[in-house]
Design a binder for this molecule. Structure first.
Ligand code: ADP
Ligand code: TRP
Length: 320
């Protein structure tokens, strides 16, 4: 099974990224699968306009993935820009992409609604994403729910290309673990780095605590029984805690005499239990930039080797 995913280095990674995208990859890796994981720095240019910021964010994403469990001996981690053939393939796909297909994409419309510039890059983004996936002939793409439509575009473009030029591309499937499909931010809306309500994976402990303690709740008094389902703190706790711990929190809420403050403390503890070892590993990795660069270069070499036979067929098929 060929599994591939990408993540944009457009801000600090957060709990939504970890549980919505990263964790399912590590679970697959633990089952013995090889992953293609790339850092979508070309994509991030649709919103990041500063070279140094982009470079630093790219490095941070690589460190985050390695710290949380990406195994570079088994899996292939690379920077999108180190496989420049994706731009070439994106052009070939562009020539088959109906405007209407892109006009219907929600993520473009959402970005517009949030005041981003209407650039060609943002509009054409799903075509580049399709190229990322198809160039490796990926079969399975772990992503969050918001990316489902982009996977449909990818399949559509693969089909159009195959119809025009012969069976070259595999039609990929999205892999969206339903249990963690949408992770709420501190204000109860879907957590996203575009909207300033995220809880980052590796910010300092004090800032982290402040954010958790500031998660928005209703004003039900501490003594009153509460319904846990749908409550952001409880929903977030489910991600980190064992089923027994989750059941205990639900029972405590329903019994009354258990406040949101108590639940926030439990959430913070559960976060530390999982993330403190990751944080320690990240600090070690960050001390050695040369090794990080070696890992990325090695990933790029292996990724380009995987892309080469596909691009060979594609170029011949389109008439080059
Ligand atoms: P953001 O929305 O913060 O900009 P991205 O769009 O870069 O995050 O998403 C990176 C990956 O993380 C995608 O696969 C996306 O679906 C997943 N993801 C991001 N936020 C969430 C969330 N709140 N719940 C579930 N998955 C998420
Ligand atoms: N669009 C994805 C996001 O914002 C990132 C991405 C780019 C990606 N290319 C990809 C994800 C290819 C999976 C496969 O999250």
């Amino acid at each position: 099974m060929k599994i591939l995913t990408g993540i944009q280095p457009s801000g600090k990674l957060h709990w939504g990224n970890y549980f919505g995208a990263m964790k399912s990859m590590f679970d697959l890796q633990a089952k013995g699968e090889q992953l293609f994981m790339f850092i979508a720095n070309f994509h991030a240019m649709t919103t990041v306009r500063d070279g140094e910021t982009l470079r630093a964010a790219t490095r941070d994403v690589a460190l985050d993935y390695l710290a949380c469990g990406l195994d570079p001996a088994r899996s292939i981690m690379y920077r999108q820009s180190d496989v420049p053939e994706v731009q070439e393939l994106a052009w070939y796909l562009s020539c088959l992409t109906p405007m209407g297909l892109l006009e219907r994409c929600h993520s473009y419309k959402d970005k517009m609604a949030h005041g981003f510039d209407a650039t060609h890059g943002l509009f054409a983004y799903p075509v580049l994403m399709a190229a990322d996936i198809l160039i490796m002939n990926a079969q399975l793409v772990p992503v969050g729910k918001d990316q489902k439509q982009h996977l449909e575009v990818t399949r559509d473009l693969a089909q159009k290309f195959n119809n025009a030029y012969g069976e070259i591309f595999t039609l990929p499937d999205a892999y969206i673990p339903e249990t963690v499909a949408t992770i709420p931010g501190t204000d109860g809306q879907t957590m996203s780095k575009s909207y300033h309500h995220t809880i980052e994976l590796f910010e300092d402990a004090k800032a982290n605590k402040k954010k958790v303690m500031a998660i928005v709740t209703d004003s039900t008094p501490m003594e009153a029984p509460k319904e846990p389902e749908g409550n952001s703190i409880y929903e977030l706790y489910k991600l980190f805690a064992t089923p027994e711990e989750v059941a205990a929190m639900a029972a405590a809420f329903r019994a009354g005499g258990y406040g949101y403050g108590h639940a926030k403390k439990a959430l913070l503890e559960a976060y530390h239990r999982l993330f403190d070892p990751f944080r320690a590993r990240r600090e070690e990795l960050a001390k050695d930039p040369a090794t990080l660069e070696d890992i990325l270069q090695d990933g790029a070499r292996r990724a380009r080797a995987a892309a080469a036979p596909v691009m060979d067929k594609v170029r011949r098929a389109v008439g080059l």
